[in-house]
Design a protein around this ligand. Sequence first.
Ligand SMILES: [Mg+2]
Ligand SMILES: [Zn+2]
Length: 195
Amino acid sequence: MKRWAVFLDRDGVINEEVNYLSSSESLKLLPGAAQAIRQLNGRRIPVIVVSNQAGIARGRFSEEQVQKIHDRLSALLSGEGAHIDRYYYCPHHPTEGIGPYRMDCECRKPKPGLLLKAGSEMRLDLEQSYLVGDNVTDVEAGIRAGVRSILVLTGYGESLWRSWPALFQPHHVAHDLDEAAMRELAYGILAGQEN
Ligand SMILES: [Mg+2]
Ligand SMILES: [Zn+2]
């Protein structure tokens, strides 16, 4: 049987949003984020990060630096007993940047490519899965991949929610990742979803 998973956008959801995070020293966990991920880990629900890293295409940072940031993020979470099961990211940009990274790819959110790739590689039941994000592009990618989307009001979420486009309604709006995770777990339990 396929498992369901929780997809997380990274910046503004797990860690503080800073425009084009390029150094692992600037990485700060948002309050409650580690606890939320630990709860999901405890229920053996795969936690998968899906993020746009167009800073690579733009030459602002390298894939190695992104790897360092993910290592640092994992270390911070590990200090609080939590872990990310897999990281997926899009290094591309459709119109800007360098070499092979400049392309109109299928993985840059709001396209659903990262979620679909994770879904097939990890054999996930996408219909029963969730995406938590702080941006319109996250919610749209979730809708296009057929997962349920939760908007959090951390990061860009709070200001975007005031003038949200009607076309991409999230299934839920939560104050932060901790509240979103509680809701996912409660819903999963009510729906009898086992992993
Ligand atoms: Mg974000
Ligand atoms: Zn891409």
